[in-house]
Design a protein around this ligand. Structure first.
Ligand SMILES: Nc1ncnc2c1ncn2[C@@H]1O[C@H](COP(=O)(O)OP(=O)(O)OP(=O)(O)O)[C@@H](O)[C@H]1O
Ligand SMILES: [Mg+2]
Length: 211
């Protein structure tokens, strides 16, 4: 079983739909400890991705990832534009000519993306960022692969890890981004970027399982 290019395109469309539907929710999370723009940012970015998609959707998966990354980079301001932009641009490295991804290739793609976010944002474990979702997701994916799981089962585990990861940011004190200016007052709120990452992982799992 693999994730096909069509499923990758379906995933991007699902992300766009989710970010449109959940714009206010994400913005409310960012209002608590940030500047109330994360939902707006993600919706604007993925709306632009949908506009631009016809110009790169015929390319292999890597070309699509790169197109998404460049679009997010130029259409989202603030911290999350360059971070998610880098995520997708780096995710293009190992998938340049890929038309489908097996579980190992999917993990590699996401791992490269997360490494790009870390290179750019220098987040560490427990800093209360999107990485506190992506690290446990990668861990769960690798464990599922080692256990011989298929992609659907692995994605179920990845969603569970993402949900846990997003929740785990609630008691954390932010050490990156605007939320870090609040010091201890950032404790007790779920991180907005961790939540948008959770939404992306859920959308991937739903697209691949066909639900
Ligand atoms: N250095 C970083 N590494 C990883 N993720 C980060 C970093 N800084 C911020 N983030 C993520 O970006 C999210 C905020 O994105 P948003 O779209 O609101 O941009 P922003 O308002 O410019 O960001 P911020 O207020 O954090 O500077 C945070 O919730 C966090 O998950
Ligand atoms: Mg913000």
């Amino acid at each position: 079983m693999t994730v096909t290019k069509d499923q990758i395109l379906g995933w991007l469309k699902a992300c766009a739909a989710e970010f449109a539907a959940q714009q206010d929710y994400l913005t409310d999370l960012d209002r608590e400890i940030g500047d109330a723009d994360h939902g707006l940012n993600m919706n604007r970015g993925f709306t632009k991705v949908m506009e631009k998609l016809p110009t790169f959707e015929a390319q292999p998966i890597g070309g699509i990832m790169k197109g998404v990354g460049m679009t997010l980079m130029s259409s989202i301001g603030g911290a999350s534009g360059p971070l998610y932009g880098t995520f997708f641009i780096r995710a293009a490295t190992s998938t340049a000519s890929a038309e489908e991804l097996d579980l190992a290739a999917l993990i590699k793609m996401l791992e490269d993306g997360v490494a790009g976010v870390v290179m750019r944002g220098k987040a560490e474990h427990g800093d209360k960022t999107m990485c506190d979702v992506w690290w446990p997701v990668l861990q769960a994916a690798k464990e599922a692969k080692d256990a011989g799981s298929d992609i659907t089962a692995a994605l179920d585990k990845m969603v569970a890890a993402a949900e846990e990861g997003a929740k785990s940011t609630i008691p954390m004190q932010a050490r990156k981004g605007r939320a870090s200016y609040l010091g201890e007052r950032s404790v007790g709120h779920q991180d907005a970027g961790a939540t948008s990452s959770l939404i992306m992982i859920k959308a991937l799992a739903a697209t691949v399982s066909g639900s």
